[in-house]
Design a protein around this ligand. Structure first.
Ligand code: DLL
Length: 438
């Protein structure tokens, strides 16, 4: 089919580098003045570094500013990094933190509108317009997927179909009945759904033309597979709740990297070892400064996502910097069926169970029939391996329930005898990922 270039905000998306740097500089100066004083964390960090708001005069001064990490968010949980009076917070969203607590993000009304605008730019990048019907099968709730795409559809003037996740039969029925022209979900679920639609023989009756997928790493091969089954064009949407949610960046119809909305998010790619800047095209850790957010703006937030960046003008005419598909993370977080899972969450949950369960575990992440699976091997007291099989079954069910509660995703529990899991003299290997994503 014919793909028409849609640029929602040409003034911003196609601004010259000089114009954009001037705007980014002005916004950075305002941001620093806003958080200094209002957010004790930043005031203290800047004082420790000997930096005052007056030292920040343009975007090139960004390197004088401190970093923010996920651990800083945890230490200031839940509202310590909020930069406005709390009554101005219009909504909160969250994702998994490194321990039992969530990573929480707070948005003002302005931030929610900004989010919708950024997500709408992404939908436009995928060739969608107000005439489209967007079937959203990302989860709604604290996770940003459902709400983000929904806000984007609203801002675009399109029809949002708020399906939320799960119940594939119902998804298939509504997709056909409501004549959705685009759908949004994780790439792994997209492939599962695509294959289910093909098996049911309904693909030709659908009106789909685009798929908007992200929240987890995926490959070009995966993209082509979904596209081939459904005869659509698939797009890679990126975001994280701390920075905004889906809509921070996405690829356009030329699929030559994910365009970052540079007027709202200033990206840096830094060498993870010493935080020195990477050269264009060189892989490093992606760091974002939110230039426009009010509620919980972040300065130099270390995403731990590994990518590279290019600055040239794209074939679509956009000048926004483009990040490449993600090659991994600097930490051990895994995204399983769109849910962020940290080994430390498993550890915390097992330790809380105490007694018969040892905190020796191994997570095995795999992909079966295009769906992520998580198996957790757990060492338990050897008396469970006597002839009382029923005891073992009930312990397995109990651990399964505790882990589901802690991780937000179900897993297969395999109980093993003490000392079965290989011990390491250095860092324990807690996760084996067999998905071969990169
Ligand atoms: O996953 C937001 C989102 C929802 C993005 C729907 C796209 C679509 P969090 O739960 O905070 O937010 O998880 C953020 O997920 O740091 C990456 O490691 C990973 N991630 C998100 N998008 C992509 C992508 C949402 N397109 C974390 N490719 C991020 C690879 C992604 N990884």
């Amino acid at each position: 089919m014919e793909w028409k270039e849609q640029i929602r905000d040409p003034q911003m998306e196609c601004a010259s580098r000089d114009e954009m740097m001037t705007l980014q500089g002005e916004k950075l100066v305002k941001l620093v003045n806003r958080v200094y004083g209002a957010v004790p964390f930043y005031t203290q960090k800047m004082k420790e570094m000997g930096v005052e708001p007056g030292d920040i005069r343009g975007i090139e001064d960004i390197t004088k500013l401190p970093f923010t990490t996920k651990e800083d968010l945890r230490d200031n949980y839940p509202f310590g990094l909020v930069a406005v009076p709390q009554e101005q917070i219009a909504r909160v969203q969250g994702s998994s933190g490194t321990t039992g607590k969530l990573t929480l993000a707070a948005y003002t009304k302005h931030d929610v509108e900004l989010w919708g605008e950024c997500a709408a730019r992404c939908l436009a990048m995928a060739g969608l317009t107000a005439a489209d019907r967007i079937h959203v099968c990302y989860g709604y709730g604290l996770f940003t997927g459902g709400m983000g795409l929904d806000l984007g559809a609203q801002a675009l003037g399109a029809m949002a179909i708020p399906m939320s996740a799960g119940n594939t039969q119902r998804q298939m029925m509504c997709m056909e009945d409501f004549q959705a022209t685009a759908f949004a979900c994780t790439p792994s679920y997209a492939l599962y759904l695509a294959e289910s639609l093909a098996e049911a023989g309904v693909v030709d009756r659908l009106k789909l033309k685009a798929g908007i997928h992200g929240a987890e790493p995926w490959t070009e091969e995966m993209r082509h597979k979904i596209e081939d089954i459904l005869h659509i064009n698939c797009f890679d949407i990126y975001g994280l709740c701390e920075v905004l949610g889906p809509g921070v960046a996405q690829d356009c119809i030329h699929h030559k990297g994910l365009h970052v909305h540079h007027d709202h998010f200033y990206p840096e790619v830094l060498n993870p070892a010493d935080q020195s800047p990477c050269a264009e095209g060189e892989t490093g850790e992606l760091v974002f400064t939110t230039l426009s957010k009010e509620g919980m703006p972040l300065i130099r937030y270390r995403t731990k996502d590994l990518t590279s960046i290019t600055y040239g003008t794209c074939d679509c005419g956009r000048t926004s910097p483009r990040i490449s598909k993600f090659t991994g993370r600097t930490d051990d977080m895994k995204v399983i069926r769109g849910v962020n899972v940290f080994p430390t969450q498993v550890e915390t949950a097992l330790l809380k169970m105490g007694g018969d369960v040892a905190p020796h575990y191994l997570m095995i992440v795999d992909r079966e029939n295009n769906m992520d699976t998580l198996t957790v091997m757990v060492e338990v007291d050897e008396r469970f391996f006597s002839d009382e099989i029923r005891q073992l079954d009930s312990l397995r069910a109990k651990i399964g329930a505790v882990l589901k509660q802690a991780l937000g995703v179900s897993c297969i529990v395999k109980l093993v005898e003490p000392k079965t899991i290989e011990r390491s003299e250095g860092k324990a290997k807690r996760v084996i990922d067999r998905r071969n994503l990169v």
